[in-house]
Design a protein around this ligand. Structure first.
Ligand code: 13P
Ligand code: SF4
Length: 360
């Protein structure tokens, strides 16, 4: 998707000054949110940085900001629109900043899956839970059907709640977060989990498998975290004796089970901050964040878990030229790339998001 306006060239030496001037001109009218996977050049202008849970809460807590500029990806901006007032406008500096994981669960596919569960007479006992990394449509579906949104910071609490409401969970769209939480944090076995493939008839599962499962995992994954392998873990342990392996729960099950520490982006940051000087850390998450952590903690040895894995290409779409363009458009009285969710979807999605924000 092309930028609909005049994008400043990346070589413009005044980009930093232009962003500063536009932000100053907007003052309290604008609030800039920056996800931890954003580029340094963008993060420097964020009023607050965080993982997707923290940013959702920050968006909800800023009713006075007329414009929320979301430096992150599309599903995050949608959630911000749902959680803010009608008067507030959410701007995504580049509309091409999507998420391949969120795109792996399309509403029509999820409804087909639900129809199947209804035909089998088991939908009543299934609670849908969606990861924040999903479209507003999917969150709306979950809200309509008595479920909850979760993030990597609160997946266990969301699943605890879901299993109080019903016997089974349909977990969308990240199979790894669902499996890792169910097996490693809640005591379910791998046999309790089945994988529903939306591209196969009946999800590629038998009626009995669906009836027996405690956890029906949607076949989706993160194209960044899904690339870390058990080999990456074994290799770094061999190269760096005593290294601590710290990974995000979007990584594959065998990577997570062989890591030393597992948690959301915020958890990863806090763990590194609390680590003693001289300790060594191989971190399995997005590269922008790992590079920033390494620069911020020169007294610790911080490395990327696998050299073959790189930036999230869609997070990286938001660069300084797009941010400058978006801010200057706002100064000029135009609202660029506004993200809006229709009223009915927003209402249903809000039910599922509020349920998440109310988790103990
Ligand atoms: P968190 O922000 O919840 O850690 O999720 C990571 C991610 O992949 C965001 O796109
Ligand atoms: Fe999506 Fe993964 Fe990128 Fe997050 S890191 S935006 S889940 S592709």
């Amino acid at each position: 998707m092309e930028c609909p306006g005049e994008l400043p060239p990346a070589s413009d030496p005044d980009l930093v000054a232009r962003a500063e001037a536009a932000k100053a001109a907007l003052g309290d009218r604008v609030f800039v949110l920056g996800h931890h996977y954003q580029r340094d050049e963008v993060i420097q202008f964020a009023d607050v940085t965080g993982d997707s849970f923290k940013l959702a809460r920050e968006a909800a807590a800023r009713p006075d900001a007329e414009f929320i500029v979301f430096c992150g990806v599309h599903f995050m901006a949608e959630s911000a629109d749902i959680l803010t007032t009608d008067a507030q406008k959410v701007v995504l500096p580049d509309l091409a900043a999507g998420c391949s994981m969120a795109d792996m669960a399309v509403l029509s596919q999820v409804e087909k899956c639900w129809d199947l569960l209804q035909d089998l007479g088991i939908s009543e006992s299934v609670v849908p839970v969606t990861y924040m990394n999903s479209s507003a449509d999917i969150k709306g579906f979950v809200g309509r059907n008595g479920g909850v949104v979760c993030t990597s910071s609160n997946a266990k609490r969301a699943l605890d709640w879901a299993y109080e409401q019903g016997e089974k969970v349909l977990f969308l769209p990240d199979q790894h977060l669902g499996r890792n939480t169910a097996v490693l944090e809640m005591g379910y076995s791998l046999d309790d989990c089945v994988l529903y493939d939306p591209h196969k008839p009946n999800g590629g599962l038998t009626e009995q498998q669906l009836r027996d499962a405690k956890m029906i995992l949607w076949r989706g994954h993160c194209s960044v975290h899904g690339r870390f392998t058990l080999d990456s873990v074994e290799d770094v342990r061999e190269r760096v004796p005593g290294v601590n392996v710290l990974v995000h729960p979007e990584c594959r099950h065998e990577v997570v089970t062989n890591a030393d520490y597992v948690g959301s982006t915020e958890y990863i940051i806090k763990t590194i901050e609390a680590a003693p000087a001289g300790s060594a850390w191989a971190v399995g998450t997005e590269l922008n964040l790992v590079r920033r952590l390494a620069l911020a903690h020169p007294d610790k040895q911080i490395m990327f878990l696998d050299k073959a894995v790189c930036y999230c290409s869609t997070m990286n779409r938001i660069d300084l030229p797009h941010l400058v363009w978006a801010l200057e458009e706002l100064v000029a009285g135009r609202v660029p790339n506004q993200i809006t969710v229709d009223r009915e979807t927003a209402h249903n999605a809000r039910v599922a998001l509020d349920q998440m924000l109310a988790l103990p």
